[in-house]
Design a protein around this ligand. Structure first.
Ligand code: AVJ
Length: 338
């Protein structure tokens, strides 16, 4: 069936359906959000800004770290259960992946699927996405690959389903759902369930576990996670002309057990000033810029949230050490009994 030697379509920029603004998290949105982050207390910024080209590369190195168990555990789960997952998808399914990154995980699914109709990877990092999509296209010549450069935390306009396609399957691996606050996660799941009506969502979810294991995963001995966190400042200096001194900030990641989440911060090592677009911000010694949440879940907690978003929970696959889970969530058509 590998007939068409087509090249992957160039990554496409989509418009937000509500305000008609471009949503590729371009520098203007970054400038606005950095300024807002510095102006408010406590200071915080969205983790989506980690993923410029350098940040995406650093994240890929994180995925290979001995301490960072989620990627390899999820890949093993997908490989072990690909046949069962493909059967749930049905023939000619179309996969929409949110935050697609290196496009490694979807290969496990594509290998097991019967004539996948199309693959739509959505990612905020345009350059990275185009390269990864081209590489995937070379390995799956008969597959229609349509990369979409977009911020999936905003409302998206997805291309209409193909006329002869089967079900539309959302794929959100990596426990990136954990980056959202619980309210944002519920909102994202609700929006996604609506856009997948009649299809399903395959969701990777990191599980609550020994805090020491969690701590190590975000405080690796090679300092790659620290470099990934600090890259936010490096990116701001390059794209916005700020004068952050990354040496004067410390990577700080800890498990907040009552709230079941890793929190990442950049902690100022001393009192310092940072200039952005003619404005000067004072940062005190010990003050933090919060950069990421990574929530951890129980299976029951995840199911409860999924039901509230209108999904019908199906099978869950978990590794033997109970580190990570992959969930099948059915998205009933609007009006159907959930
Ligand atoms: C891919 C966003 C889920 O939260 O574990 C890795 C990102 N941050 N190390 C995560 C991340 C620090 C990762 N997510």
């Amino acid at each position: 069936m590998l007939t068409r030697g087509t090249k992957a379509a160039p990554a496409e920029r989509v418009l937000d359906s509500q305000c008609g603004e471009e949503f590729a998290a371009g520098s203007s949105a970054f400038a606005r959000d950095v300024a807002a982050a510095l102006a408010k207390r406590p200071r915080s910024i969205s983790p989506k800004y980690f993923y410029d080209a350098r940040g995406s590369r650093l994240f890929e190195r994180i995925c290979e770290l001995p301490e960072y168990y989620p990627t390899r555990t999820e890949l093993a789960l997908l490989a072990a259960h690909a046949g069962e997952i493909a059967a749930l998808m049905g023939p000619r399914a179309e996969i929409v992946e949110f935050g697609a990154g290196s496009l490694r995980k979807v290969r496990r699914l594509l290998d097991a699927m019967k004539q996948p109709a199309r693959y739509l990877p959505i990612d905020i990092s345009g350059e990275h996405l185009s390269d990864a999509a081209a590489a995937l296209q070379r390995d799956y010549l008969g597959l229609e690959v349509r990369p979409v450069v977009a911020d999936y935390t905003q409302r998206l306009l997805l291309p209409a389903p193909l006329p002869h396609a089967g079900r539309r399957i959302g794929f959100f691996p990596g426990s990136t759902i954990g980056n959202f606050t619980p309210a944002q996660a519920l909102q994202f799941l609700t929006m996604t369930r609506r856009s997948l009506g009649g299809g399903a969502l395959l969701l990777g979810v990191d599980l609550v576990k020994d805090p020491a294991v969690l701590h190590a995963a975000y405080n690796d001995s090679q300092g790659i996670t620290a470099a990934f966190n600090l890259n936010l400042l490096v990116r701001a200096n390059r794209e916005l002309g700020t004068d952050f001194d990354p040496e004067q900030f410390a990577h700080c990641a800890f498990y907040n057990a009552p709230l079941r989440r890793i929190e990442m911060h950049l902690v100022s090592r001393r009192r310092q000033e940072v200039a952005l677009a003619g404005q000067v911000f004072d940062i005190d010694e010990g003050e933090t810029l919060h950069t990421e949440y990574s929530h951890k879940f129980t299976v029951d907690g995840l199911h409860e949230m999924a039901r509230r978003a209108g999904f019908r929970p199906g099978p869950v696959w978990i590794d033997e050490q109970r580190l990570f889970s992959v969930h099948w969530l059915e998205a009933p058509r609007e009006g159907d009994q959930a």
